[in-house]
Design a protein around this ligand. Structure first.
Ligand SMILES: Cc1ncc(COP(=O)(O)O)c(C=O)c1O
Length: 371
């Protein structure tokens, strides 16, 4: 059974593929004849262990995570990782940040509580975060414990189209990426990344699950004050079950991974198929906005996010009418983040091309009737 649901452009928690929701609904009261719903199972029972192991294996396959990386399913979201990463990796020394928008700004501020020194290697602030600073100009510190970037800034709508190669820039520091808002939308170049973290609630499932993918050699250096439940080594040794993991979130993410594995675009499948679809979706929306005199996106073309597309009506007095009309058409949660204003369309993996086309049709009609 499929329902005619509205298109949901929320930045997160965000739309989940309908097939995944349907399957979760069907299994809600009785998972695979066990007589229990997933939320009611012991995390140490064979049923949940099977769910966990399948989810981990599917994610490893989908993101092509190399064997020397551990996959951790944690709690606390992206903001908790802003503390957990420096607690584990800073070694109370210097850490470098590249500030490209609100999320990396927040990460830098939090890290200052734990690292001896936090340096800003580069910032996009002068451009009001409409461009990404060119890695060739980054001022990387000698001997930094790590370099942090946010690879997709959800609020400002800028995305690294290629991850920086720190070695080529003369640094041997590990690269940490916050990939909360574009995980599984494109492949990850693990040869350039040492740790990636992200909340699940945009592209992987419900809020409450935090994904960490970390290279093994970075484990075991936590500061003495690091809570045991946040010490990556302890979490890894206990297969994410040092404490009770977010079992429902892991299950829902697991269903999403299965859904991702089923996706096809030509010869491509999984994340490669999603990437093709995401390129097509983003192009459709940006091309429309760019040719219009009525709407504007201010981000430099080579830095634009495929996932989060902030845009403005040139006449902002029409914002409320725009949002009301969108809602009537079944186009939900298009209001921009309060710090930026305007509108934002988040078009994660669960948003089909037809949803973006419906938005473009509405943009066109609203422009026409407002003229
Ligand atoms: C890129 C990025 N990092 C971190 C966060 C914060 O995540 P959480 O609210 O799960 O702590 C968000 C949330 O929107 C985000 O988009």
């Amino acid at each position: 059974m499929t329902m005619n649901r509205p298109y949901n452009f929320s930045a997160g928690p965000a739309a989940i593929p309908e097939e995944v929701l349907q399957q979760a609904a069907a299994e809600m009261l009785d998972w695979h004849g066990s007589g229990m719903g997933v939320m009611e199972m012991s995390h140490r029972g064979k049923e949940f262990i099977a769910i966990y192991e399948q989810a981990e294996a599917d994610l490893r396959e989908l993101l092509a995570v190399p064997p020397e990386f551990k996959i951790l399913f944690m709690q606390g979201g992206g903001l908790a990782e802003n503390a957990i990463v420096p607690l584990n990796l800073s070694r109370a020394a210097t850490v470098d940040f590249v500030v490209t928008g609100s999320w990396s700004q927040k990460s830098r501020k939090e890290a200052a509580k734990y690292a001896a020194e936090v340096r800003t290697a580069a910032s996009g602030e002068e451009s009001h975060f409409t461009t990404l600073p060119d890695p060739a100009g980054w001022q990387l510190s000698r001997g930094a414990s790590y370099v942090h970037i946010c690879s997709n800034e959800t609020i400002h709508g800028v995305e690294f189209q290629e991850l920086p190669d720190l070695r080529a820039l003369g640094s041997d520091a590990p690269l940490v990426i916050d990939f909360s808002s574009h995980v599984a939308s494109r492949p990850v170049d693990w040869s350039r990344v040492s740790l990636a973290f992200g909340g699940a609630q945009k592209n992987l499932g419900p809020a409450g699950l935090t994904l960490v993918v970390v290279r093994e050699d970075l484990l075991g250096h936590a500061l003495p004050a690091c809570p045991s439940a946040f010490d990556y080594k302890i979490v890894a040794e206990n297969h994410s079950m040092f404490n009770t993991p977010p079992t429902w979130g892991i299950y829902m993410a697991g269903l999403t991974f299965q859904w991702l594995k089923r996706q096809r675009e030509g010869a491509a499948s999984g994340v490669a198929a999603m990437e093709q679809r995401n390129i097509a979706k983003a192009r459709l929306l940006y091309d429309f906005i760019d040719q219009s005199q009525f709407y504007v996106n201010k981000v430099a073309a080579n830095c634009r996010s495929r996932m989060n597309i902030p845009f403005f009506l040139r006449d902002e007095s029409r914002n409320d009418a725009f949002l009301a009309g969108a809602k009537e058409r079944g186009l939900l949660q298009l209001k921009g983040h309060k710090s930026v204003g305007g509108m934002r369309a988040s078009i994660y993996n669960a948003m089909p091309l037809a949803g973006v086309q419906a938005l473009v049709d509405y943009l066109q009609d609203f422009e026409r009737t407002a003229a």
